[in-house]
Design a protein around this ligand. Sequence first.
Ligand SMILES: [Fe+2]
Ligand SMILES: [Fe+2]
Length: 274
Amino acid sequence: MKLLQLTDIHLTKPGDTIAGRDPNENFRKALRHAITHHPDAEAIFITGDLSDWGDKDDYLRLKAEIAECPLPIHLCIGNHDERDVFLAVFPEGADENGFAQTVVPLTEGTAILLDTWGPDTHAGFYCSKRQDWLDRELSNATAPVFLFMHHNPVPIGIAPMDKIMLRDADGFGKVVSRHAAKIRHIFHGHCHLPLAGSLHGVPFSAPRGTNHAGWPDFANEGNLAGSDLPESYAVVLAEETSTMIHMIEYGYEGTVRQEGSPDYADWDRLTMVR
Ligand SMILES: [Fe+2]
Ligand SMILES: [Fe+2]
């Protein structure tokens, strides 16, 4: 089973740029790349910061893109989104408590998309109401479960980013711990950095994002750091006993060379040109 993760698309007013890049064009470019190279993917998951300022027009344009896309697209919201505005355009994205959370059956297991949004802050939240919902959904879900969320549930060790990580990480971690055997992987975004690790033994990862890129500046106590690294999304290959995740830097404009054959017999030190 192949899944795709896009994150931090930050759609904004057409023509506006973020960090010198056009998020609308970069999102379309990511979709075109995904559809061309991974038409066999089962679904695309976008893990939040769908709109840069939570504008209704951004969600309407996103809805139009989704309608055009041959692959199903499922959405999480992030700190840059506005839950009410998002749900006005995507009412099917609400759970019974009014959070933007959905459960998506997959051919192998279940995807659960979480709402880590909170008002007037860039930090993430996962209150007891959401924890109870997730606890119940995890009990009912067919394994393996793939969790998708915006905020990182584990500190990344860079102070400005950790100020805006998931605040209810302990409570969230307890739910994950209770169902660890059933959860295959947690996919998040928010940091605009390629990250991987584990929480209570459950692996997690994040690709860089489809527009502006971060930089892991461990010495910077004050501000978030940016860079000009390529735009990217993730390709997830989930098999019965394994998961493999690639970060595809589709914004890379350099050369891709055809290099040596993988066959050992073809590797001759005297004749090989490298
Ligand atoms: Fe973001
Ligand atoms: Fe974010």
